[in-house]
Design a protein around this ligand. Structure first.
Ligand SMILES: Nc1ncnc2c1ncn2[C@@H]1O[C@H](COP(=O)(O)OP(=O)(O)OP(=O)(O)O)[C@@H](O)[C@H]1O
Length: 301
């Protein structure tokens, strides 16, 4: 099957500054692809290249089988949520959405109404009176409303409260079931894990890893901090399966656990445990774990 998004050696320099370099990427029809990276990694640059808002310094990209530069017809088949919404007008939300709907060849009013209800968005408000989160909802409604073949979403959950983030993820899952393809950027691994089939990790302008979400889940790396009633020694914990970065200061143990907690929990049980804190690592830590431990399997295919 032809890829919906295909990039080869995609590179963008802003003057001497690297925005993106040598990105090879292929997103299959019906796939939900999460594009993860810290601030300034190159996510927005990639998305702008896909939409021909900027042109590559070198390399090539095709979207829905077309070169974004010439494939104007393909644009209607795309729903796009920009990272920064420029909605400011005095008009009502309903009027703005109707305007977008008409530009895409028409969308049933009922569909707009349903999406607005889902997101608890008041269509009778004026655009400029909306909070950041509500503007984000307008952006999402306009991206989804014409049921495009491809959704390109730049930081879609930014500004949404947790309930609305879940609503959004439900919509992505529904889009996937309907056979739509989704390319979404994020800097939050947890949210992408809930909806995506694969995750690409971009860092300093390079796509450093592409992983199936299932395999990410299996490698749950955690930071663990344990407080004991009496002092402990590091030697009790250093050789345990999955445990690394062991540091002991008096009655406090800090370490990293990759995979099951079982071996650590059994060793802890030899002491009196006062408190145990287990935190998911941030994106960078998870990804570094992959990149260095699993380099041969993770490089982009
Ligand atoms: N118009 C521009 N002119 C110069 N440099 C730019 C421009 N746009 C982006 N860059 C640089 O390119 C790099 C990638 O930026 P990009 O906006 O693509 O990152 P991002 O992953 O989307 O980050 P964020 O999460 O902060 O939006 C950064 O170093 C950024 O400073």
């Amino acid at each position: 099957m032809t890829a919906v998004i295909e990039a080869e050696g995609l590179t963008k320099y802003y003057g001497p500054r690297r925005g993106l370099e040598d990105v090879d990427l292929s997103v299959a029809p019906g796939e939900v692809f999460g594009y993860l990276g810290p601030n300034g990694a190159g996510k927005t640059t990639t998305i702008r290249l896909l939409l021909d808002f900027i042109r590559p310094t070198r390399g090539r990209v095709s979207v829905l089988g077309e070169n974004p530069r010439t494939g104007v017809a393909a644009r209607r088949r795309i729903g796009y949520l920009p990272g920064e919404l420029m909605f400011e007008g005095r008009e009502k939300v309903r009027d703005l959405l109707t305007f977008f709907a008409d530009a895409r060849g028409g969308v049933p009013a009922r569909r707009i109404q349903d999406l607005a209800e889902r997101f608890e968005l008041d269509l009778s408000r004026t655009i400029r009176s909306l909070s950041k989160g509500n503007k984000q909802k307008v952006g999402l409604v306009q991206a989804f409303m014409h049921e495009p073949e491809l959704l390109i979403l730049d930081e879609p959950t930014s500004g949404l409260d947790p309930l609305m983030q879940q609503e959004f993820l439900d919509m992505v899952r529904a889009a996937r079931i309907a056979g739509q393809t989704v390319f979404m950027s994020s800097h939050v691994l947890a949210e992408v894990q809930q909806a995506a089939d694969r995750v690409g990790i971009v860092r300093a302008g390079r796509l450093v890893a592409v992983e199936k979400v299932e395999s990410l889940g299996k490698r749950a790396v955690r930071r663990v901090e344990v407080h004991f009633a009496t002092p402990v020694v590091a030697a009790d914990f250093v050789d345990l399966r999955g445990v690394s970065d062991v540091h002991v200061e008096g009655t406090v143990l800090r370490c990293t656990v990759d995979g099951q907690l079982d071996a650590l929990v059994k060793a802890l049980a030899q002491h009196t445990v006062v408190d145990l804190i287990s935190a998911e690592p941030d994106l960078e830590e998870t990804f570094l774990g992959y990149y260095y431990d699993n380099e041969e399997s993770s490089r982009v295919a």
